[in-house]
Design a protein around this ligand. Structure first.
Ligand SMILES: [Zn+2]
Length: 429
């Protein structure tokens, strides 16, 4: 790992502070010096990247990722993919996330028990490129809810997308097995979803006894729960049980908003607008034709979720881009669209959306003191961007504008504008 000096960069440091011109020195895997202003500070033995005014920002964190989703339009089409192809696809997706500027990601459920664990380990071992990754379990659900795809005439759990449990003891067993495999997060489907007609987004399915058991077993091993919580009752249930990561959070009233606010320093929220937006407005090929029940429900939920996120953003809750990409209507790699959605539907400024993707990203990765900001001592996860994302967040969607992608001090994508000479080299001894 060589040392790198980025000169002539416009720095968006991830804190929300206005951008400034300066230099950033990376030594090993950390940012060792951040210099404001144009006056270069001599340094020996480094590779100099003269960025000619390009933007340098922290690598982004995706808060709701399914590396094992295969861009299909149905849960069955994800689940039934044979294991060998599925593992390779998961690896290809991991690379794509890093290619797209996501240097960290929170797994929000996987499709076969060990896919997420194996890809996380392979990334950490350097076998495949990918973001820093928190590996998820498959979705745990209950009979009849989102993720229960078992059929009466084929009652085999291998055919089910989610792990179906009934009662606290079955929950205990499922959680223990996934923890045994090595997951970082246990995913619980507390509410339904408008994607499945039999269990819509306003319905709540798990018993308090089941949730309590899942949380107890997960915390015993020092791990974390994430929850699918669209209905108001499921959001309140998650808060009652001390769950840290809440996905969707569509339906709220004043009491629920107050409950969320009371725990704002402990919890993270990712609304995953992509599903709602795409199925409300572009969903015809996937069964959400204009005027259909699913389309109308998605549109109504988008309105509710947008109102909830605007209210929660005003109350300073931590809302992150977390996109639920990997479906036919919102394929992997388009995740940066979420930053625009946070502006449009959650009332953020472009700077707030970038802070959500960077500083808050470090926090949801449980590394807030060393990840997600351009700051001395922090891990060197950096994006060199051609242009100003504050003026146009869409440039973060254009991989050709990501001139350089650095993770842990090493270039995943090396800028072509790298100068061939090393400035200020020490004379040979
Ligand atoms: Zn999801």
């Amino acid at each position: 790992m060589s040392n790198t000096l980025f000169t002539n960069v416009r720095i968006i440091d991830g804190t929300g502070a206005p951008p400034y011109a300066g230099e950033v020195l990376v030594q090993g895997n950390r940012i060792s010096r951040v210099t404001r202003g144009g006056r270069p500070v001599p340094v020996a033995g480094v590779t100099v990247i003269d960025a000619a005014g390009a933007t340098l920002m922290p690598g982004m964190t995706e808060a709701h990722v399914h590396l094992a989703w295969n861009n299909a339009a149905t849960l069955d089409a994800i689940q039934l993919m044979p294991l060998e192809e599925h593992m390779l696809l998961t690896a290809a997706n991991a690379r794509l996330y890093l290619d797209s500027g996501w240097t960290s990601a929170v797994g929000a459920a996987t499709a076969k028990p060990r896919l997420d664990v194996v890809i996380r380990n392979s990334i950490n071992e350097g076998l495949v490129p990918g973001p820093r990754y928190l590996a998820a379990s498959p979705e745990i659900t209950v009979a009849g809810s989102l993720g229960d795809d078992t059929l009466p005439h084929l009652p085999y759990e291998e055919f089910s997308f989610g792990k179906v449990v009934s009662g606290p003891e079955e929950m205990r067993k499922a959680v223990r097995i996934f923890l045994k495999y090595g997951v970082d997060t246990i995913k619980l489907n507390l509410s339904g979803d408008n994607f499945v007609p039999h269990a819509d987004a306003k319905t709540t399915w798990m018993s308090d006894e089941e949730v309590a058991m899942a949380v107890r077993e997960t915390k015993l091993r020092g791990k974390r729960n994430t929850v699918h919580a669209r209905s108001q009752e499921s959001i309140q249930q998650a808060l009652r049980h001390g769950i840290e990561v809440l996905y969707h959070v569509s339906y709220t009233d004043e009491q629920t908003l107050d409950m969320l606010e009371a725990q704002k320093d402990r919890i993270f929220i990712a609304p995953t607008f992509s599903v709602l937006v795409k199925l409300a407005y572009d969903g015809a090929p996937y069964g959400a034709t204009r005027g259909s029940v699913m389309q109308r429900k998605m549109e109504e939920e988008l309105e509710a979720c947008s109102a909830s996120m605007r209210a929660l953003h005003k109350r300073s809750l931590r809302i992150l881009p977390g996109g639920d990409y990997g479906f036919a209507w919102a394929v992997h790699g388009e995740n940066a669209t979420d930053l625009q959605y946070l502006v449009k539907y959650a009332g953020m400024t472009p700077m707030e959306a970038i802070v959500a993707a960077t500083r808050l990203g470090g926090e949801i990765m449980m590394q807030g003191d060393e990840l997600g900001q351009i700051r001395e001592g922090f891990l060197a996860d950096l994006l060199l961007v051609d242009g100003d994302p504050l003026a146009n967040l869409a440039i973060l969607l254009d991989r050709s504008k990501l001139l350089g992608i650095m993770k842990d001090g090493a270039f995943h994508k090396e800028p072509e504008l790298r100068s061939n000479r090393t400035r200020w080299s020490l004379p040979a001894a």
